[in-house]
Design a protein around this ligand. Structure first.
Ligand SMILES: Cc1cc2nc3c(=O)[nH]c(=O)nc-3n(C[C@H](O)[C@H](O)[C@H](O)COP(=O)(O)OP(=O)(O)OC[C@H]3O[C@@H](n4cnc5c(N)ncnc54)[C@H](O)[C@@H]3O)c2cc1C
Ligand code: FES
Length: 269
């Protein structure tokens, strides 16, 4: 529950409103986490918000967060400069099924700011590449200049990951795919019977991707999605993040599709 002070060591601007911050505990303690977990992160006086960890689980000395500035708290976090101190609680939540997917083909589908929460899973899968069948990453963004971690796709490909990228719209200099991320499913030619899926992005994207996969015969209990709800305590006490009978901070943010499908129709208040 007690926030710990973390120093901003480095900062990178990824797109016009997204920044990646590398943080280290002031005491130097490592920050162990599971891919898919999040922290409650705050800049002084600006409120605390849930942010997924986007760093490498094999490098616990460095806590990495990738944040889109959308409001008071996230703007203050993104404005923090190297040397400044942010407060961190966590890690919280469940993780992606990286261990239980061993032996299976793995499909990662991300939209926009949904890639950072999946990056620790991608890095963990790569670290144990020989334990999985195909590893396929499908990533969609609004425009080329809003794609995240673009400098890593080739390295992922060299490690045996199939990476497909698309944008909603692009100018003449973009030579890649144009269209929604579900279009990439056809290109990937997946064997849905052997597949474990992990998806993070807008709910509408996760809904269409999952519907397409289920149509092709994928089992709903092998599809995992990350849910976003407003949070305050992060530890299952306040009830702010309720999703049906579950609390996203405690029982999620990663859920099996079969657990949350019926609650997605209910809008957050
Ligand atoms: C488990 C979990 C993990 C998350 N991981 C990340 C992450 O890795 N990176 C990240 O950038 N964000 C992440 N988020 C979302 C982040 O917590 C919110 O963007 C943040 O709480 C907004 O707070 P604020 O005070 O900055 O904005 P507010 O003042 O609360 O909102 C300002 C305006 O932005 C809108 N808004 C709020 N949230 C979003 C959003 N997510 N996208 C677009 N518009 C929004 C609001 O409707 C409002 O109009 C995560 C959320 C959850 C629940
Ligand atoms: S944020 Fe308080 S119960 Fe989840």
């Amino acid at each position: 529950m007690v926030p710990a002070p973390f120093e901003v060591l480095a900062k990178r601007q990824d797109s016009y409103d997204v920044w990646t911050l590398e943080l280290r505990a002031l005491g130097g303690e490592p920050f162990e986490f599971t891919p898919g977990q999040f922290t409650m992160l705050a800049a002084r006086g600006a409120g605390e918000v849930p942010i997924s960890i986007s760093g490498d689980p094999a490098r616990p000395e460095m806590l990495v967060h990738t944040v889109r500035a959308v409001g008071l708290a996230t703007e203050a976090i993104c404005a923090a400069q190297p040397g400044e101190v942010l407060s961190v609680r966590g890690p919280f939540g469940t993780g992606w099924p990286v261990d239980s997917a061993e032996g299976a083909d793995v499909l990662i589908v991300a939209g926009g700011i949904g890639l950072p929460p999946l990056r620790p899973a991608i890095l963990s899968l790569i670290a144990r590449r020989e334990r999985y069948g195909r590893i396929v990453v499908l990533y969609g963004g609004r425009a080329p200049d809003q794609l995240l971690f673009t400098d890593e796709y080739d390295a992922w490909r060299e490690q045996g990951v199939e990476v497909f990228v698309t944008v909603d719209s692009a100018g003449p200099t973009w030579l890649g795919h144009v269209g929604v991320v579900t279009r990439l499913l056809r290109l990937a030619k997946l064997r849905t019977g052997a597949l474990v899926g992990m998806s993070c992005g807008p709910e509408v994207m996760m809904r269409f991707v999952t519907a397409a996969l289920l149509d092709e015969g994928m089992r709903p209990d092998r599809m995992y999605v990350s849910m976003e709800r407003n949070m305050q305590c992060g530890i299952g006490h306040c009830g702010h993040c309720q999703l049906g009978p579950t609390l996203v901070c405690r029982d999620g943010a990663v859920y099996r599709w079969s657990e949350v499908e019926r609650w997605l129709a209910i809008r957050e208040l």
